[in-house]
Ligand binder design. Structure first.
Ligand code: NAP
Length: 465
């Protein structure tokens, strides 16, 4: 097939990848964005398959890889929304493994023909590809295991003395090997498998000290490593599409990690070395304080008398899959002329956009979803703030308690509402493992129970009146 056709397919795919990211920025164009991404990937694959070098090769292996990918990929797409972070980690693991394996194959293929095409630049790119690819592979597997709470991978941070020194020494050793390989490829070719091995070990050690709580941020960081590995692979195989797609992947992963860190008011170093997510000693002690509670039908009556109700959804709504019951409450209240708004915190749930996706699934009008910065000035006028399975994102300690691990994190000012109704199953802490003084506040009433059951009860009461 004509090389121009292939380059045209690659060019179109690049443009579509960029448009895809742009369109995914807004819910009204997100569907188009996903379709553009799928079309771009299809064009990239077809463009590669019609490459004369590939046509000459045996298609049997490619067909086998497609079948294996389908067998693994299709069931992976069935996971519930709450398990998407670990599913994404698995995808990055496969991406990293693929890049790493291509790097190994390229290295030894070129060696088999006397090292042709293995200049310093190529060896440097190969080393980067293999290092980043394999550390992404094991790192992402560990991250997926921690999020899935697999028994043999503790999700709490595992720390020991000298850990950072040991990890950095391993990385340093791998980098020294890479430099030697670049300088004298033939002389030091035996070091190449050690680079692979060190990268695999480093991936595991990098993730061990990080708690399950910080995995979403780490996953998007690993995403950017996988992207950079693909860029290096693009340079090695002289494939411009891989370079641009990898750069888009790498930069979007990094931007996402930065957004998450900012929304939690934490730095990268704090995420990677902060051992965040262990239940603090104070949490148990504070539970001796008493919180007031009410039944779902009392909550319904309180809401009926309000003019402005602000609903703050959080991780608990996602786990309970309560969004459709929440929609029923929304319908009942708006039918009565009550204004209902949804306050969306950028890191509510376990991944950016988590709440937007769930509420869109329940067909809640997008214009009623209000970003944190916009809703906060309205909170003192809010008659009832209904907090559904949210905890850290409404914890006033982030504003008032300098000693709190979440101090400085922007929050939704639920505590400023005239009445707060908080639905959760117990007084247990949320993701950050710290108690929430909002639940003990004078104006707060807890509505204990599973979010789906409680919101269902509230909707039923409202419908029967
Ligand atoms: P959260 O702090 O994890 O709290 C969720 C609350 O939901 C828990 O206190 C839990 O209390 C309750 N819950 C769990 N299952 C429930 C059920 N079936 N029914 C009712 N309640 C249930 O959640 P959040 O307020 O959404 O905060 C998100 C946290 O994730 C933040 O700390 C954020 O920094 C972190 N994070 C988010 C992202 C992101 O991108 N979204 C990324 C990294 C980190 P009970 O056990 O008592 O029910």
């Amino acid at each position: 097939m004509n090389n121009n056709t292939i380059q045209l397919a690659y060019l179109l795919a690049t443009a579509l990848f960029i448009f895809s990211l742009k369109w995914m920025n807004h819910p009204s164009t997100a569907r188009r964005g996903v379709l553009a991404g799928v079309a771009a990937m299809l064009m990239a694959v077809v463009g590669t398959l019609i490459n004369p070098g590939i046509v000459a090769a045996n298609f049997k292996w490619i067909a086998l890889a497609v079948i294996a990918g389908t067998i693994i990929g299709v069931p992976l797409s069935w996971v519930p929304l709450t398990a998407v972070p670990q599913r994404t980690a698995l995808s990055h693991a496969f991406g990293g493994l693929a890049a790493g394996l291509v790097g190994v194959a390229e290295f030894y293929d070129k060696f088999a023909v006397g090292g042709q095409g293995l200049g310093r630049f190529e060896v440097g790119a190969l080393c980067a590809e293999v290092l980043l690819g394999f550390l992404t592979f094991t790192g992402s597997l560990m991250a997926a295991g921690k999020l899935q709470e697999l028994k043999f991978i503790p999700s709490r941070p595992v720390t020991y003395r000298g850990q950072n020194v040991m990890n950095l020494s391993l990385l340093g050793l791998a980098l020294i090997f890479c430099v030697l390989l670049v300088a004298h490829t033939h002389k030091y070719q035996h070091l190449f498998p050690f680079v692979v091995l060190l990268a695999l070990v480093f991936g595991v050690l990098l993730i061990i000290p990080i708690g399950g709580a910080d995995m979403p941020t780490v996953i998007s960081l690993l995403n950017s490593y996988a992207g950079l590995s693909a860029v290096a692979m693009g340079f090695v195989t002289n494939n411009k599409l891989l370079i641009t797609a990898g750069a888009l992947d790498g930069s979007s992963g990094l931007i996402l990690s930065i957004i998450m860190c900012k929304a939690m008011n934490r730095s990268f170093t704090n995420v990677l070395f902060g051992a965040f997510g262990q239940v603090t000693a104070g949490a148990a002690e504070a539970q001796k304080k008493t919180a007031k509670s009410c039944a779902p039908n009392d909550a319904a009556q309180l809401m009926e008398q309000a003019s402005l109700v602000v609903i703050v959804p959080g991780y608990g709504m996602a786990v309970a899959q309560a969004q459709h019951r929440v929609r029923e409450i929304y319908d009942q209240l708006t039918k009565r002329g009550i204004t209902v708004k949804f306050a969306i915190h950028p890191v509510a749930g376990r991944m950016p956009g988590h709440m937007n996706v769930l509420l869109a699934e329940a067909e809640i009008p997008y214009e009623d979803l209000v970003e944190m910065d916009e809703i906060n000035p309205e909170m003192p006028q809010c008659d009832v703030c209904l907090v559904i399975g949210a905890n850290d994102v409404v914890n006033p300690a982030a504003r008032n308690n300098k000693g709190s691990p979440i101090y400085g994190m922007p929050i939704i000012d639920a505590d400023k509402a005239k009445t707060v109704l908080a639905i959760k199953r117990s007084m247990n802490p949320g993701f950050a493992g710290i108690e929430n003084e909002l639940y003990y506040a004078e104006r707060t009433l807890m509505v204990f129970g599973d979010a789906k059951a409680v919101t269902g009860e509230i909707a039923k009461t409202l419908a029967s009146e």
